[in-house]
Write a protein that binds this ligand. Sequence first.
Ligand code: 1OR
Ligand code: 1OR
Length: 316
Amino acid sequence: GGSVFSLWTCGVPFPGSISRVLYTFAVALQVVHPKTDEQRCRLQEACKDILLFKNLDQEQLSQVLDAMFERKVKPQEHVIDQGDDGDNFYVIERGLYDIVVAKDNQSRCVGRYDNHGSFGELALMYNTPRAATIVATTEGALWGLDRVTFRRIILKNNAKKRKTYELFIESVPLLKSLEASERMKIVDVIGEKVYQDGERIISQGDKADCFYIVESGEVKILIKSKTMTSKEANQEVEIARCHRGQYFGELALVTNKPRAASAYAVGEVKCLVMDVQAFERLLGPCMDIMKRNITHYEEQLVAMFGSSMDLLDPGN
Ligand code: 1OR
Ligand code: 1OR
């Protein structure tokens, strides 16, 4: 569909002799792709978990949604080609998409999007060539956001996010070994999520796509044991608590297994959340620390439940 431009206008009284004449001029050109109610509904559903949109205010979010446009894709279609200039950012409504990276004349599939998430932010954020090729492997539907609107709203918001989270991110023990610039790249792609007392953040047995750092409040980790009697099997046992500056949800991302335990908010909790692609792209240098801690989980597991329970096969 075509886009219309809505003029933001403001009246300014002209100084001096013709002060009563109002001069109206455009301050900004804003992209609007008109949508049906049905499209708007699907768009809102697709965008509700997009981390890059989490810290936007109402006005910014509605400008972003207005500017987005629908794009249908066919199997094998390249949505993005590595090396190109960045035109749009994409939010996935549905479909599977391979992430392919070419290096030293070899193309490798390094990950995939499964009906959720977003991609294409890096070239727009950092003015760099596209870092990967994104190929649809099924029919799919995407929502695009043009480069100009992305930069006007998301980049402005990112400057604010950097100020807000800089000190906190520097204090997170896991991230100590990163360079300051690497920590800022984490801030650029994280979103803040708020949970109410008792709310479930992670569900044991689920497929994993996010990593969490506790910003405020307390998170309790509970596990259902397979080795217990059937009466007890559905009962959850508390195994850990996470506080400000601590992380959770890394295990399933590292092992490529379902969530090994559930996580619940104790009181109001704020978490900084990162998707699995950003986790793999940015937290490589912290992997040794995380793996070392996972061995500690395994030791605790044996101490608590005996050796027959397997962290790497949590079931549900
Ligand atoms: P972009 O604008 O560079 C390609 O266009 C997009 O692929 C990129 O933004 C990201 O949104 C997305 N490395 C680089 N880009 C990635 C990666 C990635 N994953 C998704 N994208 N890595 C893969 C991590 C699973 C690191 C590969 C070495
Ligand atoms: P995840 O992605 O599997 C649940 O989702 C998260 O709970 C998990 O990542 C860890 O971040 C976190 N065993 C397994 N997961 C744990 C444990 C744990 N503690 C925290 N998590 N143990 C506790 C050791 C003190 C061993 C079980 C007795």
